[in-house]
Ligand binder design. Structure first.
Ligand code: NAD
Length: 356
């Protein structure tokens, strides 16, 4: 089943190249197993790109990003580049590529395998088998609204603004994601106080008429923060604005307790996506073959699901990861009673399952 699509790999800095190499091996394996006809290219982003060209997002990388249907990114940054001017910093390269393609929909699943419940600080029965998805609006809201800035030395302003179109496009992503899952969507806002949220709630309620199969609920953000910790499994998909999503997605990530396990996706209206692990470049363990590659590998699963619409393959990757965990295999970031696996060894275990 050739899908004739193109993927750009941006390994980046620190542990980025190590985890992306394992994700690439997974991609190559599936490409040949199912004759997907996927073409893969690589390019530089972040500190390595700055070292090579003086720019954290070189023109050549942008050209390859234009060519691709989906981008898989490792991580960028590290102490070596901390003192550069902000335009040259590795993180600036990432922010620019997100802006370049208008990746307005950020999808952050919080999935806790039943084999890793002890990693969470929350009671086992509350988080075992947790599987929720936060859909966060990424290019609007208070992080971008005008006016903004310091009005005087001791007075500053930011503006929360959303228009109907912005709410509709992120709302659709939330409803579509819910359709692919358990058909439950919770829209989070602060409509008891903010007019932006009143509009948000009105527009999402109207949009629900196009998605009769999906059960829609609304929740105020302060309550949502409490409920995520009190009874997280009541949620399936949450859709919310930029600021609330930023905070709620970090709360939900911490429910799982293991940063090396969490993938993410940022999508634009054409379905093009930037897929990346939630973790950073982990300079403390870079180059030591210790990093957990699972977040990067699960980012490939998200790519199969959201850009290529290959749900079966997405599930196959997720099952392979789960099966490896069920056998007790762990990298150094996860609690273990047995021998710890290196990055490569964890990749090998997952590949063995996929090759079956
Ligand atoms: P980090 O996520 O890189 O590391 C936090 C801790 O988690 C470290 O102890 C690290 O060893 C561990 N860790 C992270 N990923 C792991 C993995 N896959 N396997 C095992 N252990 C893992 O966050 P930080 O230390 O705050 O940031 C380090 C650098 O990464 C900074 O330069 C920061 O700007 C950058 N960063 C980049 C991104 C990105 O590229 N999207 C995101 C966050 C941070």
């Amino acid at each position: 089943m050739s899908i004739d699509r193109k993927i750009l790999l941006l390994p980046g800095d620190g542990i980025g190249p190590e985890v992306i190499l394992e994700a690439e091996r997974v991609l190559e394996c599936l490409n040949s197993k199912y004759s997907l006809g996927i073409s893969i290219e690589k390019a530089l982003l972040g500190g390595v790109a700055y070292e090579e060209s003086g720019d954290p997002l070189p023109q050549e990388t942008l050209e390859k990003a234009d060519w691709s249907d989906a981008i898989l990114l490792g991580a960028v940054g590290g102490p070596r580049w901390d003192d550069l001017p902000s335009e040259k910093k590795p993180e600036k390269g990432l922010l620019r590529i997100r802006a370049e393609y208008d990746f307005f929909a950020n999808l952050r699943p919080a999935i806790l395998s039943k084999y890793l419940v002890s990693a969470s600080t929350i009671k086992k029965e509350l988080v075992s088998d947790l599987d929720l998805l936060i859909v966060r609006e990424l290019t609007g809201g208070i992080y971008f609204g005008e006016p903004r800035g310091f009005i005087e030395k001791n007075k500053a302003i930011n503006t929360m603004v959303y228009d109907e179109e912005e709410i509709i496009r992120i709302g659709k992503v939330g409803f579509e994601a819910a359709l692919k899952r358990n058909k439950k969507l919770c829209s989070v806002d602060k409509s008891n106080v903010l007019e932006v949220s009143m509009l948000w709630r009105e527009v999402i309620t109207e949009l629900a008429k196009d998605y009769e199969e999906v059960q829609l609920s609304h929740m105020l953000v302060d309550n949502a923060a409490m409920q995520l910790v009190r009874e997280p499994k009541q949620f399936d998909v949450i859709v919310t604005g930029n600021l609330f999503g930023d905070i709620l997605s970090d709360i939900s990530a911490m429910l799982t307790g293991s940063i090396g396990m969490l993938p993410s996706a940022s999508l634009n209206e054409s379905g093009k996506g930037l897929y990346e692990p939630v973790h950073g470049s982990a300079p403390d363990i870079a180059g030591k073959d210790l990093a957990n590659p699972i977040a990067a590998i699960l980012s490939v699963a998200m790519m199969m699901r959201y850009t290529f619409d290959l749900e079966d393959i997405a599930q196959e990757i997720e099952s392979a990861v789960d099966s490896v965990l069920s056998e007790g295999h762990r990298t150094s970031d996860l609690e273990s009673e047995g021998k710890l696996l290196s990055t490569k060894e964890m990749g090998n275990e997952i590949l063995t399952k996929l090759e079956l």
